[in-house]
Design a protein around this ligand. Structure first.
Ligand SMILES: [Zn+2]
Length: 190
């Protein structure tokens, strides 16, 4: 016998607002378990070169543990030579400390290697909103030779070409769109 007397819980004000406005910017919660708060704090850190993406969105944040008040964080850099990773290690430790944890250990691991597959769906959407074509693994179909189908973040055309293999950072290439004429950064698939 199925009972249907349970009422659906009323949405909280925050949930109702989120339904209208979309998710709020990441804020460190004051409630939740130590692990939840530590993870949320670490997730607020952004890639200095890609401030639209948190390291959680990038998939750089691999693991967060709390053991007797000591927070251990594991991150995997997007590039093994990326000097930005030291900045991120420092920022992660600072963010977690700011959430009230005195002892924080941030470890960088290079295996398995970071892959653009780890970028979250949310992260890909944000990259595109920022004018950066997200990495694509889609191979061209048909007789088109060379390269990938990279979609222009401005007009969505696939009629694009690579101008330079290295853009503002080693992680990005510069593309130009034949449809709208705009150049844009492409976050290279790895
Ligand atoms: Zn375009």
């Amino acid at each position: 016998m199925v009972t249907t007397t349970a009422r659906a819980p009323r949405p909280t004000r925050a949930e109702a607002l989120e339904a209208v406005l979309g998710p709020a910017p990441v804020a460190v919660p004051r409630e939740g378990t130590d692990l939840e708060r530590a993870r949320a704090a670490a997730s607020t850190v952004c890639d200095p070169e890609l401030p639209v993406l948190s390291i959680a969105d990038l998939g750089v944040l691999r693991d967060v543990r709390v053991d007797e008040g000591v927070v251990s964080v594991v991150i995997t850099p997007t590039y093994s030579g990326c000097p930005m990773m030291q900045i991120m290690e420092r920022d992660v430790a600072a963010a977690v400390r700011a959430a009230g944890f005195a002892e924080v250990r941030v470890r960088t691991t290079l295996t398995p290697a970071w892959t653009t597959d780890w970028i979250s769906a949310d992260g890909r959407r944000r990259l595109e909103e920022f004018g950066i074509a997200p990495p694509t693994g889609t191979r061209p179909v048909g007789p088109i030779q060379g390269g990938l189908h990279v979609r222009c973040p401005h007009c969505r055309s696939l009629n694009t070409r690579e101008i330079s293999r290295f853009g503002s950072t080693a992680c990005k290439a510069i593309y130009a769109c034949r449809a709208c004429g705009e150049p844009f950064d492409y976050f290279k698939a790895l």
